[in-house]
Design a protein around this ligand. Structure first.
Ligand SMILES: Nc1ncnc2c1ncn2[C@@H]1O[C@H](COP(=O)(O)OP(=O)(O)OP(=O)(O)O)[C@@H](O)[C@H]1O
Length: 261
């Protein structure tokens, strides 16, 4: 069943520059989809439109059957609890500990006052500890986030998204700042979360190889238009060229090595 649907979505910045041009696709529950494309193609704009951090100009986006543009502030806040976000630069509060950052994922469920005073139930704390353990961060629980490596910070970001109990996780270049080993750990966790917890994952990636290895489906964007939407095994060098244009030669992966399983 489709969890996310985009129908003819267009986004113009400053009423003239077209960042998304008539984009339509749907994503099923439990699917792992990578969005690839060159710098400036519109990948971040796409994720921001999905959670309504950016308003679209034309078309329609629905999540779990709800048309996002028609939601009141209150209903939008409720919908956003179902959408976990993971960022390239982690967006953690550096001076706070791992557990405090992870519990921030619960803020969308709380009144402003309860949030300010950091009032979390025993159930919420137990859930946060459980997720921290799954992500292999139990030794870091009480460490300040500015003492962590990039890979550990990104795992905190994933844990914070998971305590929301999301239906979908949107990841904006989650491995762009990481070394290959940390990047693999993050992509492995995202794949496990998708396949074992049934959470839909949409990942913006610059690395074609990672997209080929981890995705059920790849969507290629160039200048705001979807130019490829299909299975990794159907992404040919010609299509990679169409997606990336002149950047493609540096990015051309060894197409022999494919899926993570
Ligand atoms: N707030 C904004 N105001 C005006 N133009 C913007 C704004 N945000 C993005 N753009 C433009 O929209 C286009 C798409 O940007 P976007 O960040 O979505 O691309 P991207 O594919 O995520 O790129 P990258 O891989 O470099 O992050 C770019 O040309 C960018 O300059």
């Amino acid at each position: 069943m489709a969890l996310l649907e985009l129908n003819h979505v267009t986004k113009n910045y400053n009423s003239q520059f077209c960042a998304l041009d008539n984009v339509s696709f749907s994503v099923d529950e439990g699917e792992f989809v990578s969005i690839i494309g060159p710098s400036g193609a519109g990948k971040s704009t796409l994720l921001r439109c999905i959670n309504r951090m950016v308003e679209i100009d034309k078309g329609q986006i629905s999540i779990d059957g709800v048309i996002t543009s028609s939601l009141s502030k209150k209903m939008l806040r409720k919908l956003r609890t179902k959408i976990g976000m993971i960022f390239q630069h982690y967006n953690l509060v550096d001076r706070l500990t791992v557990i405090e950052n992870v519990l921030h994922g619960r803020l969308g469920y709380k009144s402003t006052l309860a949030g300010i005073f950091g009032k979390y139930s025993q159930t919420e704390k137990a859930q946060a500890f459980r997720i921290i353990k799954i992500l292999g961060l139990e030794e870091q629980v009480y460490k300040r986030c500015d003492q962590l490596s990039g890979g550990q910070k990104q795992r905190v970001g994933i844990a914070r998204a998971l305590v929301q109990n999301p239906k979908i996780i949107l990841c904006d270049e989650p491995i762009a700042s990481l070394d290959p080993n940390s990047a693999k750990i993050i992509m492995d966790h995202l794949r496990t979360i998708c396949k074992e917890m049934g959470i839909t994952v949409i990942v913006n990636l610059h690395q074609v190889e990672a997209a080929l290895k981890y995705s059920d489906r790849i969507i290629g964007i160039n200048r705001g238009k979807v130019v490829f939407d299909g299975f990794p095994e159907n992404l040919t060098p010609l299509q990679i060229r169409e997606i990336y244009g002149s950047e493609s030669d540096d990015l051309m992966p060894d197409l022999g090595e494919r899926h993570a399983g």
